[in-house]
Write a protein that binds this ligand. Structure first.
Ligand code: BDR
Ligand code: CA
Length: 307
């Protein structure tokens, strides 16, 4: 199994992504680090502890940045609720480890062999950037960085920018500059993972334990997205984990990506060169197409294994 760190800001779709990872034998989940984002750090941390706790797996959960490299996080309570889990209450999880996310990430990387650790970023990229900025040699330990963030077209936070990229553009830019293999799971991909009432029902029919029930409650509580025609909402972050479990469900291409770190209305936009118009080497893997039925089948099958 792949030695893996997940950095997250739970967040409804982060919770689903964590349970999917916790249920999947392909991943050796070593560490969960937490960043502010969808809601403030105190809530994202409590939510991460609760989500990991419900799975019964003793994975360390470590708090990280409560603000981006510049400015402050804005939060997205309209999607995730004031509590970050759309009002679904989980039992309190085990205490967080008394450490700092960037240090904990570096400690796992130092132990890892060359090119062996996988980093999954499903919130603002602050913690991952801080970890690697102060010890860039550790990038050599990385097998792959998988980021849910960005868009090749319209954003979902500003007209130009997706929420995670907009929340800390400088951090995302630093990760892209590392030169480690990086997969960017953008909005255009994640909007294909459309959670409809029929799909929630299918998931609930699997029965399962407390995790699957909570997952069904959370998915049912997230409001439908106007951009998706009111048919449902997108399960963004679980797509990033699925990429590691079943890459055959995705169609990809290689691209180069630049992040707008300027102060204007384009701040946080990811300029994704899908047609090779720039001379830059296309080093980023861009999943473009998702087999959504396959994705939801895998999600259900895995979540049904959890307690
Ligand atoms: C991203 O923003 C957050 O609201 C979600 O958890 C996801 O990581 C989607 O733009
Ligand atoms: Ca997230």
């Amino acid at each position: 199994p792949r030695s893996t760190i997940i950095d997250c800001d739970p967040g409804t779709d982060d919770a689903l992504a964590l349970w999917l990872a916790l249920a999947s034998p392909e991943l050796d989940l070593r560490l969960v680090t937490v960043v502010g984002g969808n809601v403030g750090l105190a809530r994202t941390l409590a939510n991460a502890r609760a989500v990991v706790g419900l799975s019964g797996r003793p994975i360390p959960v470590v708090p990280g940045a409560d603000r981006p490299l510049r400015g402050n996080f804005a939060g997205e309570p309209a999607v995730h609720g004031e509590d970050g889990l759309a009002g679904v209450i989980l039992p309190e999880g085990p205490p967080a480890v008394r450490a700092v996310a960037a240090d904990a990430i570096r400690a796992v990387l130092r132990e890892a062999g060359p090119g062996s650790a996988t980093l999954v970023g499903i919130g603002p990229a602050t913690n991952l950037a801080l970890a690697l900025a102060t010890e860039p040699d550790l990038a050599g330990r990385v097998r792959e960085i998988v980021i849910m963030g960005g868009a090749w077209g319209e954003g979902n936070w500003t007209p130009a920018a997706e929420f995670n990229a907009a929340s800390d553009p400088e951090a995302l830019d630093m990760l892209l500059a590392l030169g480690a293999p990086l997969t960017l799971v953008t909005l255009e991909l994640t909007m294909q993972a459309l959670v409809t009432p029929a799909r929630v029902e299918a998931l609930r029919r699997l029965g399962g334990g407390a995790c699957l029930r909570a997952a069904g409650d959370i998915l049912a509580a997230v409001p439908p997205s106007r951009r998706l025609g009111g048919q449902g909402h997108a399960l963004h972050d679980a797509c990033a984990v699925t990429w590691l479990l079943a890459p055959g469900l995705f169609g990809t291409r290689k691209v180069s990506v630049e992040v707008d770190c300027g102060p204007g209305p384009g701040r946080g936009r990811t300029h994704v060169d899908r047609w090779g118009r720039r001379r830059a080497e296309p080093r980023v893997t861009l999943p473009e197409r998702l087999d959504a039925d396959g994705f939801f089948a895998l999600l259900g099958q895995r979540l049904a294994r959890l307690p």
